[in-house]
Design a protein around this ligand. Structure first.
Ligand code: SF4
Length: 440
């Protein structure tokens, strides 16, 4: 199936490149709106609609049909989506601020959701395109079960279009471009095979209970929903989180944070740790670099704080996009004031990739200056990633006695001087979840 470029798609019969006008949305949206997967009433919908921006572009008429759709259903990879509105035979997804509005046969901006006959479906349930066992430090989470392993998985699709995406081979692909349900069914469950061929991987199913069983068999105390964007595989993530929680396995969500508040609260009640990518601190750059908006990310960070979920923040410094020191200073000030000085912040070095291969890597000096600015704003745990050998880049120091309490060599913990949740040297409590007993 030939991929469509969403920038050139036509969600409401408008010329390519036009965003959906409010008038057009009414034209296709009115016609007996019925709330489904959401308690929102028609009145609430219109009230919200008046205050919101136009939905994101979608892939018009691109939902799979015929044999592919039937095979996808047979495998169990299709499931009715959560958090959406039925608007006659059209649907509107309310999972993320893109608020995709889909006519029958359309595919969502994140590529994973389709309107089939007036119902919104996810196509990636139990359908990961990749999984690995990673050190938790690779997420990166530095204050959560240090030295432990996370069973990490992803499906295709993403709610963003980051120019610098590291995982664009999966995040900017449709499910049918990463999986192929033809051939005998293959479900991964213990006892685990020694390995999987590429062909086996493309038809492999891994449903929520299977994920938990596999994580256990691989001796992983946590499961990480990562690599692409868990909001784009929300139903799969949520059900797996619930299954894992019941069996005392921790859940880690690594996300861009672009999610509406209601689904965020429903999901994060089962999450033990999150890693949120705060990609910048102004709307214009978010739009240009990521095709996103800043405000929803800030709201997600505050929701995580409200819910008491342990979370850390990463900020990738991209030359000419997000390297303005004054803006970095303002971002750090906001984090310290709104989320607290103990919130770990990871600055990460950009490497040329995807659509930004013409840019040079971030100068190390810029990262060091950003770290100084963050510390000056009061943040106590500031790290620098992707710069091997840089002094103190991955060291956790006690904020009281300044002794190193955790040292890391890239993703390996080489020293751990935290007892319970306290500095071994002076007894100061160090923010984080250091033992399984401290997790939810
Ligand atoms: S989760 Fe996907 S379908 Fe839903 S609004 Fe976001 S981009 Fe659109």
């Amino acid at each position: 199936m030939k991929p469509h470029d969403p920038a050139n798609s036509d969600p409401a019969g408008q010329p390519p490149g036009h965003t959906l006008s409010r008038r057009a949305a009414f034209k296709i949206g009115v016609g007996g709106a019925v709330a489904a997967g959401s308690a929102a009433s028609l009145f609430e919908f219109f009230a919200k609609w008046r205050s919101s921006e136009a939905p994101a572009d979608v892939f018009k008429g691109d939902a799979p049909q015929g044999e592919i759709w039937e095979l996808w259903q047979k495998r169990g990879w299709v499931k009715e989506a959560r958090h959406y509105l039925k608007l006659g035979r059209n649907v509107q997804c309310k999972l993320c601020p893109n608020n995709c509005l889909l006519r029958p046969g359309d595919r969502s901006h994140c590529r994973n959701r389709v309107n089939y006959d007036g119902t919104l479906y996810t196509m990636v349930y139990g359908d990961p395109c990749t999984f690995h066992v990673d050190p938790v430090e690779k997420k990166p989470l530095f204050h959560f079960l240090p030295g432990s392993r996370a069973f990490s998985l992803a499906t295709s699709g993403c709610v963003f279009r980051c120019l610098n995406c590291q995982n664009w081979e999966i995040s900017q692909k449709k499910p049918e471009e990463t999986k192929d349900p033809r051939g005998p069914e293959l479900r991964l469950r213990p006892p685990l095979p020694a390995g999987l061929t590429q062909e086996e991987m493309t038809r492999l199913s891994l449903f929520p209970d299977d994920v938990v069983a596999v994580a256990r068999a691989l001796d992983c105390p946590s499961i990480a929903y990562t690599y692409s964007e868990p909001t784009a595989f929300y139903e799969y993530t949520q059900d797996t989180c619930q299954a894992a929680r019941e069996r005392k396995i921790k859940n880690i969500v690594v996300s861009c944070g672009s999610i509406e508040e209601r689904p965020a609260r429903e999901l994060y009640q089962y999450v033990d740790a999150a890693h949120v990518d705060l990609k910048g601190f102004d709307d214009e750059t978010y739009q240009r670099l990521n095709s996103g908006k800043l405000q929803p990310i800030l709201r997600t960070l505050q929701t995580l704080k409200d819910l008491g979920v342990w979370f850390e923040i990463i900020n990738l410094i991209v030359p000419t996009y997000t390297d303005n020191l004054e803006r970095i200073r303002r971002m750090c000030g906001w984090i310290a004031k709104e989320l607290g000085p103990d919130r770990p912040l990871h600055f990460s070095r950009f490497q040329p990739q995807h659509k930004l291969t013409h840019l040079a890597p971030t100068p190390v000096d810029t990262l060091v200056q950003a770290r100084e600015a963050a510390r000056a704003e009061g943040l106590r745990f500031v790290y620098i990633g992707n710069v091997p050998g840089l002094e103190d880049a991955g060291t956790t120091r006690c904020p009281n006695c300044r002794k190193a309490v955790v040292e890391r060599d890239i993703f390996a913990v080489t020293r751990l001087d935290i007892v319970g949740d306290q500095c071994r040297f002076c007894g100061t409590k160090i923010a984080g979840v250091w033992t399984s007993a401290g997790a939810n």
